[in-house]
Write a protein that binds this ligand. Structure first.
Ligand code: DQA
Length: 138
């Protein structure tokens, strides 16, 4: 089982960025926990602040991996190109948001990628990534 977590813009700042919304843990700490929890799967992590790099990564992994867990950050609400990339690959994508985007500003309620994804998880903090892994493992 080969899975990848792809994080989009500003998620490299987790732990420092608006901790009241996104929590105090860095993603690197959380990823180390995930690797310990799931030693039997190949779990990769990629983060970029650039839309093109995120699309290139989807193309690279999207025909060989068993699952993709993606938090596209603000590109969720703006990027038709990321939605098209998800539609164009074979591997299923689960959309994850740490915060409950539906309880926040109206511009965060729209997700271009949601319709192209297997499903979406929002508002459950970093646990959302864990639940997405569990889904792919089922
Ligand atoms: C986010 C929600 C987005 O609206 C925001 O732009 C992010 C993080 C989340 O994980 O809650 O960067 O995707």
């Amino acid at each position: 089982m080969k899975l990848i977590i792809i994080n989009g813009p500003n998620l490299n700042l987790l732990g420092k960025r608006e901790p009241e919304i996104y929590g105090k843990n860095t993603f690197e700490e959380f990823f180390a926990y995930l690797q310990e929890k799931y030693p039997h799967i190949t779990l990769h992590y990629f983060q970029s602040n650039s839309e093109g790099a995120l699309i290139d990564k989807l193309h690279e992994v999207g025909f060989t991996y068993d699952g993709i867990i993606m938090n596209a950050g603000a590109y969720t609400h703006t990027s038709i190109a990321i939605a098209d990339a998800i539609a164009g690959i074979k591997t299923g994508v689960i959309e994850v948001h740490i915060s409950n985007v539906h309880a926040r500003e109206a511009f965060r309620h729209k997700s271009y990628m949601a319709a192209k994804c297997v499903g979406s998880i929002a508002g459950l903090g970093l646990t959302g990534y864990e639940l997405a892994i569990d889904y792919f493992l089922q």
